[in-house]
Design a protein around this ligand. Sequence first.
Ligand SMILES: [Zn+2]
Length: 142
Amino acid sequence: MESATHAAGVVDRMAAQLRHAGLRPTRQRVELGRVLYAHGHRHISAEDLHAEAESAGVRVSLATVYNTLHQFTEAGLLREVAIDGTRTYFDTNVSDHHHFFVEGEGHLIDMQQGVGIGNIPEPPEGMEVVAVEVVVRVRRKR
Ligand SMILES: [Zn+2]
């Protein structure tokens, strides 16, 4: 078990991080943030975070988890990676990087190197390219 002093330090750091990002450190945000960032860089769905929060004794609804994840994303604390219309993952690594998506297992792996992309079409009139995000779908060899 972690000591009470250590736990308080983690809460303080999470609260400071939220404030720094412009979010009020409500109890739910701090608690969810602790569960979210307890495992280093990772990709997690709202459903999985909700399940982890419940087993950590944090009582929140799935809707609250969704709202909190979107607030964290808007504040720049998370990056949202949408694989298709139905699957969205939240990435605690907000740096620019691309992903492998493992089909059949449903998880993302960070690419360790950049992707050479040529011939990006000119954006429509009056628009500028913000980012190019690549998801390469892979599966285990049979
Ligand atoms: Zn990632």
